[in-house]
Each structure stands twice: as C-alpha cells, then as structure tokens.
Design a protein around this ligand. Structure first.
Ligand code: GLU
Length: 489
C-alpha cells in the first residue's frame, strides 16, 4: 500500500510556524516511505475565508522546498483539491448516511439551539445537542422537507460505547460516546462541516496517515465514528504536540513572529529553518544537530516524536542559521542572498548591483560570521556601499590599547598609509604580513595602529577588523578614506 500523507490547510491567513512543522513531518514521512504527500484546501467555512492565503501558502512552501506531490498547483487524479469544488461529493455521501440510518435530518432552528445552549450553560452542563430530531418518524421528516424548513444533517452517534484509536504519538485514546455530540455533517447552507469533508476526502484521496496538530485530537473520535458509519478503514493518526512560545504558552504573536513568511523576509536560510523546525518535537536520539533534508528523510521517525509541547526559540533558530551561513559554499550562499534580495529588498539589490560581483562576494564572505540573517546586511555594510562621512573622533581613542590622544591617531594613520602604498592588497595574507611587520618596525603595538585604521575605514564603533576592511575596500579606497580622516582631525 502506498503511503499517502496530506496537509489540509484552511484559507484563513498565513502559514504558521506550527503548520510548517506539520507539513514537514508529513513530507518526511511520505518521502521516507516512497509515498505521496498531497495538499488539499479545506475552504468550506466561508466566514473565515481570506483571499489569496492559499496561493501565498503554496509560495512559501515552494520557497522552503516542501512541494506537495499532488495539489492545486500540480493536479493528479484525486482533485479537485478545493473542498468548495467538491460539494456534490459530500451531498452524495451524506445521503448515503441518511439512507443507512447513520445520520438524520435536524430541523431545529438556531434560536432553539441557542436557548438549549444557554440552559445547559446555566446548569453547568456540557453543551450538546439534545437529540430532539433524532427520533422523528419518516412522515414527520417528509412533512418538514415538503414545507421547506431549513435543515442540517447530524451524525447518529451510537449510544453508550467507547471509541478507541491508537495514536502513533499519544498511544491509546479512548472516548465515551456520551461525550460526543451528534455533530452536524451538513450545514443548512448545503456546505459540509469540517468533520464530514475531512473524512470523505481523506478516504477518497487514499490518505493512509493523518499527521496533524494536537488541537485536532478531540475531533478524531468523531472521525472514527464517521469511518465506521461509512464502513471504511480509518487512516493511522498521529497528533503532534503543540508548539509553545518561550513563555511556555501556545505559540502566538505575543512572543514573536509566527508566520513562516516573516522569517523568510528576515532572510533566514531555509536549510536552517527546516533543520530547526524538524527538531521541534523530534530528535535523532543522538547528539547530532545538523541535518539536510535528505538526511531528515532518512532519519526522521514519527514514533519518536515527543508527547510534550516543544518550545520555539528564535535564539536556537539563530544558532542553526549561523551554522549554515558559516558552512555553506560561498557561491551557493551568494546565490541565495541575491534571490532573497530579489524577493524582499530590491532597493538594496540595486545598490549592490552597482558594484562588482567579486566585491559583493568578499563582503558577504567576511560578514557571514557577523550576521544572524540576511536582513542584518544593509545596516552592517553601510561603509562598503557608501562613503564614510564625518567620524566622531572619540571613536579613535581607546583606553585599553593606550590610544590616548589624536596625535597618536594621526601618526598611526600616516604609518598605515605608508604601509598601504607599498603593499599588495590582493590577499588577506599579504596585507596581514605587511601590516604586522610595518607596525612592529615602527615600534607600535598592533592595536595602536589597527584600531584607528578600522575606525577610519568604517566610521563605526563595530565593524570587521582593519585588515579585512583593507582587503575588501582595496588599496585606493583605503588610502582615500585614511587621507580624508587625516584632513578631518
Ligand atoms: N483544515 C484543518 C486545519 O486548518 C485541517 C486539520 C486536519 O489536518 O485534519 O488545520
């Protein structure tokens, strides 16, 4: 039997970090079993519909490399993939349940149901349908239908028994039917409810493994009852634990960004995002931390997903991103940077494109250990892509390095200029050799010269070191900046 997993988003907004993990686990499980990962859109709740959200989710999934094998963008035999285009199918299956006495018409008005709910609430009882229409005779039903009374269709939940299922992650789950409502399957507007559409589609789309967030666990006994009512074999269920914020509460906007797109916008590498997300709730049972997607496919184990909630911590994401920034091949990283800028910062792209590619690459290479993510680059590269204006002279003084007055700064800069004039700046090594020997020959300590040079070349309190700046800026630009400062001070 081919393993089929699915992601079934509702078009209610952006792709949440928690949903990315759901997608990832579904993807990994399908791929490691040579199966299929599909995407279906659960858009039957029209009141929560957000225009463009699915297109956006699909775009985000494509940019992180988790492309469904089948779905709206790459249809196969199992479509349509939007539930709103499958209404006839649900009506047909509801009719089947009515005919086999597994479901019944409910003509209760919303006023009656409201009153019922309020009464139950006042008595602190669980709010449930009271079965008012469950025992109507065929004639009574026909009368109502003929009179055109609006109706819903409800599942005839069996009395007094247990519903049991085995969850891959949570183990055995048992619920008594007295705690399950005669849930609505078909709403009065002819649209199916989530429960009905979800079960019918998982069945018709041959889904073998349902991997979804823990918030859906309470729905699963209802789904099991529906599979029974249809006489279908249910898929395997795995409910993955909630993602928590650093405050240990459900991950929400309160503690930071929750949309995947926000992390892409900030320029996190998708490799880092995927690697980190995979480890939220799963670990390889070794101390290994870094996994490519191919390694994840080989190593992921659904049965080893933890029961307890996992904490999403941006500092950990930064740690993974730093690893990939440092270890990625520079050509590849450069390509990713440009792609990122094309999508999220064309203004900066235009700016860097007015410089040589080799210059931009040198900058990127130098800064990979200093940035957390691509969006840090514009601020940290101001002095590479613009001139250094007037510099706050106090920046040149440095107590620890014993640079106590501007005469010392002047002398240091003059020495640096003369070293530069006779130095080949084509490699960091040659720059280093020239400066180290030049400084020592002149009887200074390295810091006494390199610090003022660094400030002169960057104009900033923090920047890469003086030698790296010289290497990136080149001889002419470095001398020009030193001279400008000499004129200023
Ligand atoms: N449409 C549901 C959601 O928005 C899907 C739940 C499920 O995977 O069954 O998350």
């Amino acid at each position: 039997m081919t393993v089929v997993t699915r992601f079934a988003p509702s078009p209610t907004g952006y792709l949440h970090i928690g949903s990315l993990r759901t997608v990832l686990y579904n993807y990994l499980y399908a791929k490691q079993h040579n199966g299929k990962f599909m995407l279906r859109v659960e858009d039957t709740d029209r009141t929560r519909y957000v225009e463009g959200s699915i297109e956006n989710m699909l775009k985000v999934l494509a940019s992180v490399g988790l492309i469904p094998d089948e779905g709206p963008n790459n249809p196969g035999d199992l479509g349509p993939y939007y539930q709103s285009e499958r209404l006839d199918i649900y009506t047909q299956y509801v009719q089947q349940l009515i005919d086999s006495d597994m479901a019944y018409y409910c003509f209760c008005s919303s006023e009656r149901l409201d009153t019922l709910r309020k009464e139950q609430q006042e008595l602190s009882l669980p709010t449930k349908y009271d079965g008012h229409c469950r025992y109507m005779t065929a004639e009574e039903i026909q009368e109502q239908l003929d009179a055109g009374v609006p109706y819903t269709v409800r599942l005839k939940v069996p009395k007094d028994r247990e519903v049991v299922f085995h969850d891959t992650i949570k183990g055995k789950v048992t619920v008594h039917t007295k705690d399950i409502d005669d849930q609505v399957l078909l709403k009065s507007d002819g649209f199916p409810t989530y429960h009905l559409a979800n079960v019918v589609d998982d069945h018709l789309m041959n889904v073998t493994h349902v991997i979804r967030g823990d918030e859906w666990t309470p729905s699963t006994p209802k789904h099991i009852l529906l599979y029974e009512a249809f006489g279908w074999t249910p898929p395997t269920f795995s409910h993955i634990p909630l993602l928590l914020g650093i405050d240990k509460k459900k991950l929400s906007k309160r503690t930071g960004d929750v949309a995947v797109e926000q992390y892409l916008e900030k320029g996190y590498l998708t490799e880092a995002l995927i690697n980190y997300i995979a480890l939220l709730g799963w670990n390889p049972k070794t101390t290994e931390e870094f996994f490519t997607i191919t390694e994840l496919i080989a190593r992921f184990n659904l049965e080893h997903v933890h029961k307890a909630g996992a904490i999403f911590d941006v500092d950990r994401l930064d740690f993974f991103n730093a690893h990939y920034l440092k270890s990625m091949d520079i050509d590849m990283l450069y390509h990713k940077w440009i792609t990122y800028l094309e999508r999220y910062n064309t203004e900066f792209l235009v700016k860097i494109q007015s410089y040589d590619e080799s210059y931009n690459m040198k900058i990127l290479r130098e800064l990979t250990t200093r940035i957390k993510k691509f969006s840090d680059l514009p601020e940290l590269t101001k002095f590479f892509y613009g001139e250094v204006g007037a510099v706050d002279t106090s920046l040149f003084l440095h107590e620890k390095m014993k640079i106590t007055d501007m005469t010392m700064v002047q002398e240091a800069l003059k020495l640096a200029r003369s070293i530069l004039e006779t130095t080949d700046v084509g490699s960091l090594e040659s720059i280093k050799d020239a400066f180290i020997s030049g400084i020592s020959n002149a009887g200074y300590k390295n810091g006494q010269v390199l610090w003022p040079v660094r400030v002169a070349l960057s104009g900033e309190e923090f920047s890469p070191g003086a030698l790296e700046l010289v290497y990136i800026l080149g001889k002419e630009k470095s001398i020009e900046r030193i001279e400008n400062i000499l004129k200023q001070i």
